[in-house]
Design a protein. Structure first.
Length: 270
């Protein structure tokens, strides 16, 4: 090989090495994101090519959905459960600890007390902190429901197609049409009326056994019963709120983004 050819060979080698590094980086992102979201592309090139040909992708795909930031990904996965501040310029909003008493945004204070008691009955022996986090989640979920529905109804067509591909048509249509706020209002009103009719007292004034009997034998097996609809969404969000609380995650033995050398609970055969 001549001296003139040597610089060309070295430049070509460096270019190939850079290309390999790009592909390895993209492959690593694909594995992580697929493991988190459960979404595995039909071909690795579906994700790998996103960053290698961004100009072409930008003309056909919704912006920002196929080109994850490696810096943010590494930052998130390297936190190890430690408390940390969001990176400068982050577009994500983070919940800040608040020492003040919680003020419900959807429920009135009295309604929130009723909901808290109902969730307490559903969760059983949940601790006070987990119960508080579950009921706060329910209030926040209902408070944002109208905005979520409006956003779903005005999705860009490509975004909607992507959502349908990932979650299914029924789930997307439910986001576009469901009105859990009305379900909650109607359900609480029905519970109030039933309590007065059956015992002459409001729900929170009843004994624990009377409350259980009221909820058990209130005819909630009727499809159109507003209490049945309310119980359904309350039960679903109470469970969701609990198992995303610290106590719920500990009960699930959730380890987060952790690496296991061997499958947990599986002992290697000698």
């Amino acid at each position: 090989m001549s001296d003139e050819q040597e610089p060309t060979r070295m430049a070509s080698s460096q270019s190939d090495d850079l290309s390999r590094r790009q592909w390895l980086l993209r492959l690593g992102e694909m594995v992580v994101l697929a493991g988190v979201s459960g979404l595995v592309p039909e071909s690795p090139t579906a994700l790998l090519g996103a960053g290698l040909d961004a100009s072409r992708a930008a003309t056909t795909l919704p912006p920002g959905l196929y080109d994850a930031s490696p810096e943010h990904l590494v930052h998130a996965l390297s936190s190890g459960g430690k408390k940390w501040s969001p990176p400068t310029g982050s577009e994500t909003e983070y919940v800040q600890p608040n020492s003040l008493p919680f003020q419900p945004q959807f429920f009135s204070v009295e309604e929130f007390r009723v909901v808290t008691r109902f969730v307490e009955m559903l969760l059983g022996n949940a601790g006070a902190t987990a119960l508080s986090q579950a009921t706060q989640w329910f209030d926040q979920w209902l408070y944002s429901a109208a905005g979520v529905r409006a956003a779903a109804q005005h999705l860009d067509q490509l975004h909607r197609l992507l959502a349908v591909a990932v979650n299914g048509e029924e789930s997307v249509r439910d986001l576009e049409t469901a009105d859990p706020q009305s379900v909650a209002r109607d359900g609480l009103a029905a519970l109030h009326d039933l309590s007065l009719q059956a015992h002459g007292q409001e729900f929170l004034q009843l004994t624990a056994s009377q409350q259980i009997d009221l909820l058990t034998f209130s005819g909630t097996d009727q499809p159109g019963n507003p209490l049945r609809k309310f119980f359904k969404i309350t039960r679903a969000q109470a469970v969701r709120g609990y198992y995303t609380s610290a106590a719920g995650l500990e009960e699930l033995d959730y380890k987060g983004n952790a690496y296991y050398g061997d499958g947990p609970g599986c002992k290697a055969k000698s």
